[in-house]
Design a protein around this ligand. Structure first.
Ligand code: NAD
Length: 476
């Protein structure tokens, strides 16, 4: 059997083989886990050029250096971190036995056991990272895995399918290709854990399908990540860092800032500094190899629709850099939409492209009220030097993760969990938490050599003093 699958029937057959092998294998030793991780590492190192060329072609323009940084190195970082740290995560962990059994020689521990096979559905915006970063956690936990890449990037899928088939034993890692129908079948398979990266709407469907088999899910979804620029912030530096972040992948990142709240008095200074940085990074658009294209016409039309509606409803829109819109291709200057109506699409839908919303405010309390009236975002950003305000923001909001005085950075933390909350997802990968996510934490209790319950009158027929003895322990 090849590690490259094309039909749900082939996947179903492979999962049956996986299950038998998992039941027969016993504990998955460190060497097996490291070997599987190393195979993924070697595969990406050996084929990074073909993968980056494919991503460039799929996007219709995505700089090789960026694909290396975001997808190849992002994936390698997760895989190497897992390879180098998993031994210290494995356990077993001794746990405190309750009284009086702790005195009688009972013992207890938690062992982290592989669940079996993890299904991983990736997305197109970070086609390698969204497959291999969760794979790192899944393999570190001793699982087998099947990857389902996004059909939106077909050339990348073609390369991936070929190299996974070349490099992997299908009993370790396999890949299935196909579109929405294969995705639906994938989500309905009896995996031991399922990871889905994508939109909140499709995430609900995936969770519904997984529920049929009681498959636990990790959902890495999206949302409208807000930025709060406090009055104590260095406006120039905040604008500079935000311009750099927003240009990354042309805003096609799950944690890309969507809504930027700026103090009313700082509006002009912020816009000037932001535009200056953005226009220095990207002085031209149409033939600029550093600008990542919007991935396809459908996504281009979606973003254009948000902008047209905001303009019709009277919002001011400025472009960075201020150049005419390209006549062809899907590279676009960044559109900044200023104070659009609260219910316009650009205020309610995830932008996921080269546009953002600038909202001016007078009181931070109202900003938090507005953020909290929406769904829980995947990321939240705060700029400012006021420690009390920073704590106020952290204490009164909830998001998947947070970066303070910078943008995007928390997601690059290998030694900390990455994931959403509420509508932005559930569960996480990265770090020891990723290992725990894909392990079954199995409690083992080893009984005491002696059992004094009879001598203590705790077994039927109960001695007279039994109820009194129990009652005496009902304490505060
Ligand atoms: P999407 O939800 O439209 O599609 C994702 C995948 O789901 C596609 O490959 C599709 O084939 C499949 N699919 C569609 N319907 C399905 C169904 N009923 N059952 C099973 N599978 C189905 O998302 P997208 O456009 O590929 O990605 C963009 C979204 O992903 C954004 O919302 C973004 O924020 C999010 N995202 C999140 C993260 C994260 O780590 N949290 C990372 C990247 C992207």
């Amino acid at each position: 059997m090849s590690a490259q699958l094309e039909t749900p029937q082939q996947l179903s057959d492979l999962l049956r083989l996986h299950r038998t092998a998992t039941d027969e294998q016993g504990a998955v030793d460190v060497e097996t886990r490291q070997r599987r991780l190393q195979t993924a590492i070697d595969m990406l190192v050996d084929h990074h050029e073909a993968l980056c060329a494919a991503m460039d072609a799929d996007f219709g323009g995505r700089h090789v250096g960026f694909s290396l940084m975001n997808d190849v190195l992002g994936s390698l970082n997760s895989l190497k971190y897992a390879r180098d740290n998993l031994e210290s995560w494995l356990g077993p962990e001794q746990r405190q036995v309750f009284a009086p059994y702790d005195q009688l020689g009972a013992q207890a521990w938690v062992r982290y056991q592989a669940k079996g096979t993890v299904g991983i559905m990736g997305t197109w915006n970070a086609p390698l990272f969204t497959l291999f970063s969760p794979l790192a956690s899944a393999l570190s936990a001793g699982n087998r895995a099947v990857l389902k890449p996004s059909e939106v990037v077909p050339q990348t899928v073609r390369v991936l399918a070929k190299i996974v088939a070349q490099c992997f034993d299908p009993m370790d890692v396999a890949i299935i290709t196909g579109g929405v129908e294969v995705g639906q079948a994938f989500a309905s398979m009896p995996f031991d854990h399922l990871v889905f990266t994508g939109s909140t709407q499709v995430g609900k469907k995936v969770m519904r399908a997984a529920a049929e088999n009681l498959v636990p899910v990790t959902l890495e979804l999206g949302g409208k990540s807000p930025v709060i620029i406090g009055k104590s912030a260095d406006i120039q530096e905040a604008a500079r860092r935000l311009a750099i972040a927003k240009g990354t992948n042309s805003g096609q990142l799950c944690i890309s800032p969507d809504l930027i709240y700026v103090p009313v008095a700082a509006r002009e200074a912020f816009l000037q500094a932001f535009s200056a940085t953005y226009s220095t990074l990207y002085p031209s658009i149409e033939n600029n190899p550093d600008v990542v294209s919007v991935v396809n016409d459908q996504h281009m039309a979606r973003i254009d629709g948000y902008l047209a509606q905001a303009r019709e409803e009277g919002a001011e829109i400025i472009h960075c850099p201020d150049v005419p819109l390209p006549a062809q291709g899907r590279k676009r200057p960044l559109s900044i939409v200023i104070n659009p109506p609260l219910l316009s699409d650009i205020m309610t839908e995830e932008i996921f492209g080269p546009a953002l919303v600038l909202l001016t405010y007078s009181e931070i309390k109202h900003v938090l009220q507005e953020i909290n009236s929406g769904e829980r975002p995947l990321a939240l950003y705060y700029f400012g030097q006021d420690a009390a305000e920073q704590d106020y923001v952290l204490d009164h909001t909830l998001s998947g993760g947070v970066t303070l005085n910078d943008v995007l950075m928390h997601a690059a933390m290998e030694d900390a969990p990455f994931g959403g909350v509420g509508a932005s997802g559930m569960g996480h990968y990265h770090g020891r938490e990723g290992f725990v996510e894909f392990s079954h934490a199995r409690t083992v209790f080893r009984g005491a050599p002696v059992d004094p319950r009879g001598d203590w009158g705790m077994l039927p027929p109960f001695a007279e003093h039994f109820a009194t003895a129990m009652a005496s322990q009902v304490t505060r």
